[in-house]
Design a protein around this ligand. Structure first.
Ligand SMILES: NC(=O)c1ccc[n+]([C@@H]2O[C@H](COP(=O)([O-])OP(=O)(O)OC[C@H]3O[C@@H](n4cnc5c(N)ncnc54)[C@H](OP(=O)(O)O)[C@@H]3O)[C@@H](O)[C@H]2O)c1
Length: 344
């Protein structure tokens, strides 16, 4: 049991922006307070957000110094604080990004309670999670696999299922083959949707097809991909679209989505602001739904579906804890599937 402040652990500490300021140190193992659990971290996975935090362009004013980075972690409960009822020692859990958003609508200040900034993240041997912010890991997944779920998978699930009310036979367009998008392909196809994927690579397109996509559009060859989507959908457009790119392409997404269809506005890779043709949105009565990952109850529902449909997260590479910087560099180069760091 961790009771002494002298008990130490290895933890990566961000002490200023830039990967050069990410330093592996020995720090005190935190002691769980009332209603908190101490997790022996098995693995963490990286998201675009983690890279943006290190590089200083994701809410830089909220990043503490030092910070234990990385929001998405999976591990085993090794100690519980007073009054904990949701978990016991030995349970395998994951973190939940919006740690206070449990169910229903989000509160006005959920970003103030996110792991990996401003709250300490999981790139350390141990991590504290309030019992309300931990989620039982799917029984069918390893820690490496479960660590990929909290942001990437839940964002796709919340978009498609919670807001999108995905029905069997719906047609979904998923942009790209990044972390969120691969989960989108897997979830939508498991639930019986027809999935169209845009990608810059024929090879990635083939891998997307193996995961359940039925049609692939290479957007580096077919610039007017929205017209191609309409052609594939008898001129109507898709029921739902996962917008991970953002920027001016949002206008193309409006065209590629059916009248009254839903665009889940997830990413901002091509820009955090854009000129949007409002008349098209008005005439097509497009629902543009902002997405901020999702709440814990949806996470738990999703984990049930992962077990039920035997969905296995796609992992590109697993790095050792000592090689965390190589993992960040790999994320910057691009990957097919999640980049995971094994901790223990
Ligand atoms: N709002 C939220 O809750 C939330 C949650 C998670 C992520 N995000 C955001 O969503 C975005 C994606 O995150 P991620 O973790 O999935 O990123 P990622 O793993 O780095 O994947 C990015 C993918 O986007 C695709 N892409 C880039 N430009 C494209 C274009 N013009 N058209 C179609 N696809 C394009 C590429 O796919 P190909 O290689 O196949 O071309 C690339 O692999 C980021 O902006 C991230 O911050 C938001």
């Amino acid at each position: 049991m961790i009771t002494q402040e002298k008990d130490m652990m290895k933890a990566w500490q961000l002490k200023g922006f830039g990967l050069e300021n990410l330093i592996l140190e020995d720090i005190q193992i935190p002691v769980p307070q009332a209603h908190e659990v101490l997790i022996k971290v098995g693995a963490v996975s990286l998201n675009f957000r983690d890279k943006a935090i290190v590089e200083g362009f994701y809410e830089p004013d909220m990043v503490p110094n030092p910070l234990t980075p990385v929001s998405d972690a999976a591990g085993t409960v090794v100690q519980v604080g007073e009054g904990v009822t949701r978990f016991k020692i030995g349970d395998r859990v994951t973190s939940h990004l919006y740690s206070k958003w449990i169910e229903g609508a989000p509160g006005p200040n959920e970003p103030d309670y996110c792991f990996g900034s401003p709250l300490p993240g999981g790139l350390a041997e141990y991590m504290i999670i309030h019992e309300d912010s931990a989620v039982m890991a799917p029984s069918t997944l390893t820690d490496e696999e479960a660590s990929t779920l909290p942001i990437a998978a839940l964002t796709a699930w919340y978009s498609l299922v919670t807001y999108g009310k995905l029905q069997k036979g719906d047609t979904v367009l998923i942009q790209g083959t990044g972390g969120v998008s691969i989960f989108g392909i897997q979830i939508a196809s498991a639930l019986g949707a027809r999935v169209i994927v845009t990608t810059s690579s024929d090879e990635k397109g083939e891998r997307a097809r193996e995961l359940g996509a039925s049609e692939i559009i290479n957007y580096s060859k077919i610039k007017d991909w929205a017209t191609e989507v309409k052609r594939l959908t008898d001129g109507k457009g898709v029921d739902q679209l996962l917008e991970v790119v953002g920027g001016a392409g949002l206008n193309d997404s409006v065209q590629a989505t059916k009248v009254t269809g839903q665009i889940s506005l997830i990413g901002f890779m091509a820009g955090q602001s854009t000129d949007l043709n409002l008349m098209e949105v008005i005439f097509r009565q497009t629902k543009i739904q902002g997405i901020a990952v999702g709440n814990r109850s949806a996470f738990e529902e999703m984990n049930g579906a992962f077990d039920q449909f035997a969905i296995k997260p796609v992992i590109d590479t697993v790095y050792a804890m000592d090689d965390a910087k190589k993992a960040y560099e790999h994320l910057s180069r691009g990957a097919f599937g999640k980049i995971v760091i094994k901790i223990s």
